[in-house]
Ligand binder design. Sequence first.
Ligand code: PXL
Length: 283
Amino acid sequence: MKRILTIQDISCLGKCSITVALPLISAMGVETVILPTALLSTHTMFHGFTVKDLEDQLIPITDHWKKEEVEFDAIYTGYLGTEEEIETVKKIIDRFRTDRTLVFVDPAMGDNGRLYPAFDEHYALKNAGLCAIADVIVPNITEAAFMTGAEYKEIYDESYIKDLLSRLAGLGAKTVALTGVSLSEGKTGVMGYDTEAGEYFSYQNDRIPVSYHGTGDVFSSTVIGSLMNGISWQNSLKIAADYTAHTIDVTRKNPKKPWYGVDFEATIPDLLKALKEADLLSA
Ligand code: PXL
């Protein structure tokens, strides 16, 4: 069984970061080791949340793992609360990376043209430094613009997206994928670029006119889970885009949905079906 390490916060209530990554990636048949960077009562879209920084635990925990000679097939990082955490995470990647470790970075820090309340432009540049050492990165357009100094646009064409992809590639990652890319009216999806093969990949779904918290984490967890199942990066992006769109649709139709996250628990069987079909196709 493949084993991945995911480094992000635990938001006890809120369906994001580790409480999405752990169930989803485990359900996809991949052992998921967690390194919690902070413990929050809820995610930061709630008012009055509590937060306990766990920064001082990161090195002691990983020291212990080193003694146990544990190895990871992938390291997946998500929301990291502070610049210091980013620096520590870079050191941890350095310590555990081998020739066969896939380093996957979701620089979760903003959306819709704005950074989340906890972050500023300096933080975004630190995250660009983390993306530089990754094999695969999956920012949205907001995060890409803040990390590369490009203008954030809501109305754009494919050449704007290709320019963002080339700026992201310039940071250093091998495969770059932009999420929340709309290439025609009523559509949304993902566009990726493999710097080694010089290949683009684009996939669009119908846009569902609602927005829920945690969908970026659902998308990223599904991409890394698919990659660990031996699925190509293009098909992994497609499976994740379809699964995220499907989960948003199911959530939207639930009259009793909580406001703070999506009903990914209800759609896990559909994800596993898609994964099985992809495996069969590539066999
Ligand atoms: O889903 C991203 C995320 C993760 N963790 C925390 C957050 C957010 C987004 O706001 O607040 C604590």
